[in-house]
Ligand binder design. Structure first.
Ligand SMILES: CC(C)(COP(=O)(O)OP(=O)(O)OC[C@H]1O[C@@H](n2cnc3c(N)ncnc32)[C@H](O)[C@@H]1OP(=O)(O)O)[C@@H](O)C(=O)NCCC(=O)NCCS
Length: 170
């Protein structure tokens, strides 16, 4: 059975493995190995993730299958979309499930936890960025009622990619 729990500091290395494995499985076909490595080195190095763990008003929830981490979701405050949605917003920054655990409701359980956190903290909007070609995730978010409101450029190594920005009213 899958349990969703707030992450402990000592679980960050396991979360990092899930992030890298899920990201590589999802995006390896559309990116060069060099750009993937550059991205992992800059965004998913252990000290960086440990620092983010302590970021105020951020939340990290893990999906656990027994003791094994099979997915996670990270929420944070950010002022990137203030001009569109105002200040009372929370970003769903990352949502990753191991390939072999996908399609079994792990994503749904993580999303439910994220929504609970967002509504109980009285945020007005939840928003996220998703790559314009990540159709599977787009479909998942559409089913959760997210709607496109803008886009931004995301640098994958030296490759500028377009992320759609999606919002959902809480
Ligand atoms: C997008 C992602 C988080 C969804 O997680 P997931 O665990 O596969 O999600 P779920 O199992 O809850 O739901 C996935 C689909 O399977 C279906 N499903 C869920 N449980 C099911 C079950 N027991 N039997 C059959 N189908 C099921 C759902 O209807 C859902 O369909 P939808 O995508 O059209 O909404 C996951 O695919 C993922 O990590 N992808 C790679 C990383 C990524 O792209 N992250 C997002 C970056 S912005």
């Amino acid at each position: 059975m899958i349990r969703i729990e707030e992450a402990r500091f000592d679980q960050i290395p396991a979360m990092r493995q899930v992030a890298i494995a899920s990201y590589a499985d999802t995006f390896a076909d559309s990116n060069t190995p060099e750009n993937l490595r550059a991205f992992f080195d800059s965004a998913y190095n252990l000290p960086q993730l440990e620092q983010e763990f302590h970021e105020p008003e951020s939340k990290l929830y893990l999906a656990l299958d027994d003791a094994e981490v099979v997915g996670f979701v990270r929420l944070r405050r950010s002022n990137e979309v203030t001009s569109y949605l105002g200040e009372n917003v929370i970003e769903l920054q990352r949502l990753y499930v191991l390939t072999e655990a996908q399609g079994k409701s792990v994503g749904r359980l993580l999303m439910e936890k994220a929504m609970n956190y967002a509504t109980s903290n009285k945020f007005e909007w939840i928003w996220l960025g998703v790559w314009e070609k990540n159709y599977k995730a787009q479909q998942f978010y559409a089913r959760w009622g997210f709607e496109r409101f803008s886009e931004h450029t995301f640098w994958m190594g030296d490759d500028p990619q377009v992320d759609w920005l999606l919002k959902k009213k809480l």
